[in-house]
Write a protein that binds this ligand. Structure first.
Ligand code: GDP
Length: 326
């Protein structure tokens, strides 16, 4: 259904047109999200996508070199062999300073370019810590309506885990043996965020066992975010192909756990509200935020993305009026 203004000469970007257009249409839509962020048609598309969420969204995070890309490749291979359509958002922390993702669309993932059911997008991080940019969140929301699985790979060295937890259903945190990462994570207060913790490179032997014991020790001191799920600590070696099947199974168990308890709609509503709060605060500060009832605006506008545009317009107008009055 066209939902563009009559003056527009381009065909409307709708979920069904993107689905019909395949990978090229997905790529075009993602570019439009980045270049045309303020357009009402984009907000409508994103709100429609937010309502049509179908994928299981898995966040994979951890420090550089821990083995995230290697695990991402393994997960993609498994899901594709299972016939699942997979979208990947790879967040590149260094690219903010070079204007665009350094790794390009290829990243370090070895996917089959002729496979129409795997789509990889590299995106710039919001900051040096690997936080998710607005474009990355929008891409996740869109891909979530198009694929069966969406994998978000992001470098995390503390704070950025929080971002990934607010945009995904299942958070997998990777820990490198011999790195003291668990102490680092505990200090940063992020140990309660992951749903699954993976000690990578289990083939390293003793340091890997020690890392597992450290993580379990750190976990015992934190409160888990959900009482019906306590984060398991898994040992995985991509090199030796050990623990991978267990990881895949536990990722699915976490999803089943959320589905059985009917948690996903509430999680996604909360994520949308947090996203909107963050956006309004960044643009208009706490003073602007205090003037808005976010839930009411989401209901009135029909979704968080249209609400964000309406709020921006409203607060900008109010700001202009108060400046004129002075
Ligand atoms: P990322 O930076 O977190 O994405 O890490 P990569 O997946 O690029 O891996 C970093 C390095 O660790 C590479 O040299 C990999 O070959 C290596 N690596 C990944 N998985 C394993 C593993 O299971 N065992 C060992 N010994 N090395 C691994």
């Amino acid at each position: 259904m066209p939902n563009e203004s009559p003056s527009s000469t381009r065909p409307a970007l709708t979920l069904s047109s993107i689905r019909e257009g395949g990978k090229r249409a997905v790529a075009r839509a993602l570019s439009a999200l980045e270049t045309d962020e303020a357009s009402p048609a984009i907000a409508r598309l994103l709100d429609d996508a937010a309502r049509s969420a179908q994928a299981h969204v898995v966040g994979l995070t951890g420090p550089p070199g821990v083995g995230k890309s290697t695990l991402t490749n393994c997960l993609i291979r498994h899901w594709r062999a299972n016939g699942e359509r997979v979208g990947v958002v790879a967040v590149d922390p260094s690219s903010r300073f070079s204007m665009g993702a350094l790794l390009g669309d290829r990243t370090r993932l070895d996917t089959d370019p002729t496979d129409k059911d795997i789509f990889v997008r590299s995106m710039a991080a919001r900051d040096r810590l690997g936080g998710l940019s607005h474009e990355a969140v929008a891409a996740i929301v869109l891909m979530r309506a198009l694929f069966d699985r969406v994998l978000v790979e992001s470098v995390g060295i503390g704070q950025s885990e929080a971002d990934i937890a607010f945009a995904t259903d299942t958070v997998v945190l990777c820990i490198q043996p011999g790195s003291g990462d668990s102490l680092q994570f505990m200090k940063a207060g992020v140990m309660e965020l992951p749903d699954i913790i993976v000690v990578t490179k289990a083939d390293m032997g003793k340091p890997a066992m020690r890392a597992k014991a450290d993580v379990e020790g750190a976990l015992s001191l934190t409160t888990q975010k959900e009482k019906d799920w306590s984060a398991p600590v898994l040992m995985v070696s991509a090199r030796d192909d050990t623990g991978l099947q267990q990881l895949i199974a536990v990722i699915d168990q976490h999803r089943s756990n959320l589905l059985e308890r009917d948690q996903l709609p509430a999680i996604r509503r909360e994520q949308a509200a947090i996203w909107l709060l963050d956006r309004v605060r960044k643009k208009f500060g706490d003073i602007g935020l205090a003037q808005i009832d976010l839930q009411k605006e989401i209901l009135r506008a029909g979704g968080p993305f249209a609400a964000e545009q309406a709020i921006s317009e409203d607060l900008t107008k109010r700001l202009m009026n108060s400046m004129k009055a002075k």
